[in-house]
Write a protein that binds this ligand. Structure first.
Ligand code: SF4
Length: 152
């Protein structure tokens, strides 16, 4: 749908995808998915509306069947956990920029050592957890964090 594409004025994001955005490195479920996510992440100031269902990233995912993730129960749990650990920014009625969502996930989940607790069952979890141990994350998603080159 037009409203969920990265090129539209207002796209949607399901909460746990703020974490995916911080660790994405060009791998994914298909080349179409990777291309879409690459385009999506190119603008950290993109205004987003949080959604509880399939979002702008799901739109290009082969696991999206008629607007429902094939692993919906699991990813909905990731979303619920993300919401439980982050602040009001994820609950806002108004659209918020991608970087603010990523900053909240960084502050409230990653820095608190909660990454595995949020999405440890994900097939990509080992990749993300390994990157976090090295503080190897997409710093362009955190333009105002002031974190140094070591992520500290
Ligand atoms: S696996 Fe599910 S939640 Fe993740 S991008 Fe694909 S459809 Fe969306």
């Amino acid at each position: 749908m037009e409203e969920n594409t990265p090129s539209s004025p207002l796209a949607t994001l399901r909460p746990h995808h703020a974490l995916c955005a911080l660790f994405f490195e060009g791998k994914g479920y298909s080349q179409t998915f990777v291309d879409n996510m690459t385009t999506f992440l190119a603008d950290p100031t993109r205004m987003l509306q949080i959604t509880s269902g399939c979002d702008a990233l799901c739109q290009a995912c082969p696991n999206n069947f008629n607007g429902l993730c094939s692993d919906e129960a699991k990813v909905a749990l990731f979303d619920q956990r993300t919401l439980s650990f982050t602040g009001a920014i994820f609950q806002a009625d108004q659209p918020v920029p991608l970087y603010e969502l990523c900053q909240s996930a960084f502050d409230n989940i990653l820095q608190q050592g909660l990454l595995a607790e949020v999405c440890g069952e994900c097939e990509w979890a080992k990749l993300c957890q390994g990157k976090w141990q090295k503080r190897d994350l997409n710093r362009s998603m955190l333009p105002y964090s002031g974190i140094d080159s070591n992520g500290g």
